[in-house]
Design a protein around this ligand. Structure first.
Ligand SMILES: C[S@@+](CC[C@H](N)C(=O)[O-])C[C@H]1O[C@@H](n2cnc3c(N)ncnc32)[C@H](O)[C@@H]1O
Length: 222
């Protein structure tokens, strides 16, 4: 099935609130668990690209108390939710959230010891924006983990997956989930994107019926 893009930013306040209040604990904790299995212990400064309301950022902060995290997102509505959560949990000393829209050439170069991203890639009409950011911001050898949905085989398959995995979710979220399954990239497309971005040191694979993961160590900057 051809990719069917969805809007990049989630900057509607109602959408951001519904997303921030949804229970993504299983999927989000799985991202942290996958990172821990692949990379073990880490410290330093981490970058979370497309952090949204910061739930994954917060989970990384809790798993790695030595890590400082910068979460960036282009949506002020999402960041407002995230800042509230970070303050309420007393994690402001460990997490900073900044409004930045990718592509962003002003991101500090080779400055991050870890780069992660969850569920951003499928929003991007130009996926190279994410891979350029990884290449630019990660220091050589930094652990990188990018997790996203895989594109469904057909609209019917996307409907079935939505019925199974978004049952009982608010309508705005179920609709987003369905649209995301149509907008996501395939492992083959991501593998091509990585090669084109000079990120052949990263490996893309499916992790379950919904997700793909890209992981590995960042190369030295060209
Ligand atoms: C599905 S949410 C994922 C949020 C978070 N990573 C999580 O796992 O809960 C995707 C986020 O990417 C952000 N986004 C989309 N395109 C972007 C861009 N070009 N630059 C920065 N953020 C972007 C959206 O605003 C949204 O908050």
């Amino acid at each position: 099935m051809e990719r069917c893009p969805e809007p990049e930013l989630m900057d509607d306040a109602e959408q951001a609130r519904a997303y921030a209040q949804a229970d993504f604990s299983r999927a989000h904790q799985a991202v942290v668990a996958l990172f821990q299995r692949r990379f073990g212990n880490v410290a330093g400064i981490a970058l979370d690209l497309g952090c949204g309301p910061g739930d994954v950022t917060i989970r990384f902060a809790r798993a790695y108390p030595e890590l400082h995290l910068l979460g960036i997102d282009g949506s002020e509505a999402m960041l407002a939710e995230g800042r509230q959560a970070v303050a309420a949990l007393g994690l402001a000393h460990q997490i900073t959230l900044e409004r930045r829209f990718l592509p962003d050439p002003t991101l500090p170069a080779a400055a991050f010891d870890v780069v992660v991203s969850n569920s951003l890639l499928h929003h991007l009409s130009d996926p190279a924006a994410l891979w350029r950011a990884v290449r630019h911001a990660a220091r050589a050898g930094a652990p990188v983990l990018v997790v996203d949905l895989c594109r469904a085989e057909s609209p019917e398959a996307a409907r079935a997956l939505t019925a199974e995995h978004a049952a009982g979710a608010p309508e705005v979220l179920a609709r987003d989930f369905y649209n995301s399954l149509l907008a996501a990239y395939t492992v083959a497309e991501v593998t091509q994107q990585l090669a084109a971005a000079g990120l052949g040191s990263l490996h893309a694979e499916t992790t379950d019926e919904l997700h793909l993961a890209v992981w590995g160590h960042a190369p030295a900057r060209a």
